[in-house]
Design a protein around this ligand. Structure first.
Ligand SMILES: NC(=O)c1ccc[n+]([C@@H]2O[C@H](COP(=O)([O-])OP(=O)(O)OC[C@H]3O[C@@H](n4cnc5c(N)ncnc54)[C@H](O)[C@@H]3O)[C@@H](O)[C@H]2O)c1
Length: 253
């Protein structure tokens, strides 16, 4: 489905990032994988290459503005094209506003909002010149509705959602479709570290969380990757500026 298409995935070593990268690899894409964890990225890329995937790594810290600005061009140089960008990397700082430090605010805004802003700003002229492209942002249901005690995280994801809708509107004329996937809870290290911070057993806490979802379980990373690949494919050719909630019918609050 994605043969000869170049895809940049950020946060490629995380729970959802790995699932997205594997999915695109299985569907024949040329992958540029980005993450701050260069060692894990190289091991992960090697495992995909063993299965026949075409992979390059572009490791770096999304807090580095130059790195963000250059990622689309780097991908373009690696494959001589840039078809798809998945802005997946993100971090979660927890707590109400009175427990949110200046550092929590600055880092969350930088990684969750400014980095995708910079990547999109650099990518759009490249994609427009090539006749189009697709960008999929990973927002969250916790940016569309008020999630309890996650003030800065919800604020950043609301910004990603607004950015997605605006970019979808502004660049449809360039044949660039920008959409976002908004998961609720997904079984990844991000979720499990939250359990550990609260002193809970991650497996037990996950089972309890499963019971709160009308569909009977929180999402597996693959179930998010499937929606991402749909939005990046021609199957979604008329979906543009959309926020797709993937939540097993569970409301945020
Ligand atoms: N897990 C969930 O329940 C859930 C729900 C809704 C939305 N999301 C969103 O999905 C995306 C992926 O989340 P995940 O659950 O896979 O998280 P994760 O913590 O497993 O992975 C996040 C990845 O981002 C990378 N990253 C973090 N800071 C970085 C930086 N400064 N520079 C470069 N890379 C950096 C990490 O190294 C990691 O590989 C995030 O945007 C998250 O907000 C997750």
């Amino acid at each position: 489905m994605f043969t000869n298409q170049a895809v940049l995935v950020t946060g490629a070593c995380g729970g959802i990032g790995r699932a997205i990268s594997k999915k695109f690899a299985q569907l024949g894409a040329d992958l540029a994988l980005a993450d701050i964890d260069a060692g894990a990225l190289s091991d992960f890329a090697a495992s995909l290459e063993e299965q026949g995937a075409s992979v390059n790594i572009v490791a770096g810290d999304l807090a580095d503005r130059d790195y963000c600005n250059q990622l689309p061009e780097k991908t373009h140089m690696l494959f001589d094209r840039l078809d798809i960008i998945i802005n997946n990397a993100g971090l979660m700082r927890r707590g109400a506003i009175t427990h949110t430090s200046d550092e929590d605010y600055a880092l969350s805004m930088m990684i969750n909002v400014e980095a995708p802003f910079r990547i999109c700003r650099s990518a759009i002229p490249i994609m427009a010149a090539a006749g189009g492209g697709k960008i999929v942002n990973i927002a969250s249901c916790w940016g569309l509705y008020p999630g309890p005690d996650h003030l800065i995280y919800c604020t950043t994801k609301a910004a990603v959602a607004a950015m997605t809708r605006c970019l979808g509107r502004d660049h449809a004329c360039h044949n660039i479709r920008v959409n976002a996937v908004c998961p609720n809870e997904v079984d990844t290290p991000m979720l499990r570290t939250g359990f550990e911070i609260r002193g809970l057993d991650p497996d037990q806490a996950k089972s309890q969380l499963d019971e709160t979802v009308p569909l009977g379980r929180i999402a597996a990373p693959d179930e998010i990757a499937n929606v991402v690949s749909y939005l990046a494919s021609d199957e979604s050719s008329y979906v543009c500026g959309a926020l797709i909630e993937v939540n097993g019918a569970k409301p945020v609050y």
